[in-house]
Design a protein around this ligand. Structure first.
Ligand SMILES: *Cc1c(COP(=O)(O)O)cnc(C)c1O
Length: 468
């Protein structure tokens, strides 16, 4: 069997991709296969001999597709998933094709330059301090990690301790203040950094998951010594924002480093209609956000943004004699992330900002927020369906059977979610919100518009009526 040309291989992959994406909105909006079935589909003994490239590509598509979720479709509302926009995918294909190991600007001038330029665009879009440094990481989890590593180094340096060189043993203790409704991955970052996910001071939040300045002041009054404050732009269930304008000045008075987890919510700052929600967030010291959520880049893509570039670099820099020398005045991608060898994420970021533009991004964020409001309103028209949060952004939670006792509504909500997923018209999942079962809805895919929101809300109502 003759080996296929590069062109034939690439064309075949493009054909599979096109077929998949063209059919994304039809058929059940869920995987057609369970994990067990997918295991059986892929299971075979370790191949002793190789297979022709085209055979591998065809077989991969055939085996994978039934177990793929319609995450990039217009009626996917679970978790917080962007659309892996086609333009971003093209940039991502080219990125893989070019195969740049993006550690150093001497080795990969274009991949390094595009990060510098796209990074500057991001600061403008999100209206953050223009001299901030940016690490292009895998997602907000790693962005939180990088930002908090920078924070850890800076607050300990102030206390006369060099954590990068000496580690944490014997270091002055750091107090971490964090909201009760912070995202789970921030606690992971604390865990990775030796700060402990349980060793924090949790600050009370309101019914929407928001820290109020008054509650923060109470917690801050107990702090002495090095301190990191972790705030949130966009709570995962409610889209709520902490009161940055009220909180940051208090945090400053206790000498704290302020970090903002804004995986999706920071993008409110790119939308004039919603930017008031994140007012004052620019006064923080570091910010974590994602490209693969509201910017619609393919996975994986996140940004660790730090006001104090030196703190960022000290926390991340890798130096080795075999690496090309670095010059202080030029940016090496590896100075701002944990990895050395890594994918050139700047290309997809550049392509998505270039494609959508500042106007397009603002319009998309505004559209998604309006769709979320309209869906919540449609659902609330049924007396037994409650949307308990203020729909300020693109996220809301739903209780079915809200006119029943709490335990009964928990059960009815779970049943409605199961029914909705089985119906397959749209997809949403469950969560616990302040102790009660809810269905959560995120409107964040490029392809979701008013009409898709209506179809989905009607499917949710129909699932509830079938269960009731
Ligand atoms: C998604 C999310 C994260 C984690 O981001 P990943 O991109 O999944 O690593 C952190 N915080 C919030 C608020 C999120 O929505």
């Amino acid at each position: 069997m003759g080996e296929a040309s590069t062109g034939e291989l690439f064309q075949r992959a493009a054909d599979h991709a096109t077929r998949f994406r063209d059919a994304i909105a039809s058929g059940p909006q869920r995987p057609l296969m369970s994990y067990r079935q997918a295991l059986d589909s892929f299971r075979e003994p370790l191949p002793e001999r190789g297979s022709a490239g085209l055979v591998v590509v065809d077989e991969l598509a055939a085996k994978a597709e039934p177990g793929l979720h319609r995450m990039t479709g217009p009626r996917f509302f679970a978790w917080v998933c962007g659309n892996s926009h086609s333009v971003g995918v093209c940039a991502d294909w080219l990125t893989s094709t070019w195969g740049q190991n993006t550690g150093n600007h001497h080795a990969t001038p274009s991949a390094s330059a595009v990060e510098t330029i796209a990074g500057g665009w991001l600061l403008e879009l999100l209206d953050l301090p223009r001299a901030s440094s940016i690490g292009f990481v895998t997602g907000a989890t790693m962005a939180n990690f990088v930002c908090l590593a920078s924070a850890r180094g800076a607050v300990l340096r102030q206390a006369g301790w060099d954590v990068e060189a000496q580690g944490l043993f014997g270091a002055p203790p750091i107090t971490v203040l964090i909201g009760d409704d912070a995202h789970a991955t921030v606690f992971s970052a604390l865990q990775f950094l030796g700060l402990g996910h349980d060793r924090v001071v949790r600050v009370k939040t309101d019914d929407n998951g928001r820290i109020a300045a008054g509650d923060f002041a109470v917690a801050a009054a107990t702090v002495s010594g090095p301190c990191i404050v972790i705030l949130q732009a966009g709570q995962i269930n409610t889209g709520a924002f902490d009161d940055f304008a009220g909180i940051v000045p208090i945090a400053r008075r206790i000498g704290a480093w302020v970090h903002v987890d804004g995986a999706f919510g920071l993008w409110a700052r790119a939308c004039p209609e919603r930017s008031h929600l994140a007012e004052g967030a620019d006064a923080a010291d570091s910010w974590a956000t994602d490209g693969h959520k509201w910017l619609q880049t393919p996975y994986d893509c996140g940004y660790a943004i730090v006001r104090d570039e030196q703190a960022h670099r000290r926390a991340m820099t890798i130096a080795a004699s075999y690496l090309p020398p670095t010059f202080e005045d030029e940016r090496d991608p590896s100075h701002y992330v944990p990895e050395l060898s890594r994918r050139a994420r700047g290309f997809a970021t550049w392509a998505m900002i270039k494609h959508l533009g500042r106007d397009g991004i603002a319009a998309m964020v505004a559209r998604h927020c309006k769709v979320a409001e309209a869906m919540a309103e449609r659902l609330r028209a049924d007396n037994a369906i409650a949307v308990p949060n203020d729909v300020v952004l693109n996220q809301f939670v739903v209780r079915f059977g809200a006119d029943h006792p709490d335990e009964e509504a928990d059960r009815l909500t779970l049943q409605t979610i199961a029914r909705l997923q089985a119906d397959g018209i749209c997809f949403a999942g469950g969560a616990k919100w302040h102790g009660r079962q809810v269905m959560r809805v995120s409107v964040i895919s490029w392809s979701t518009d008013d009409r898709q929101g209506e179809i989905a809300a009607d499917a949710m109502i129909a699932a509830w009526r079938a269960v009731r």
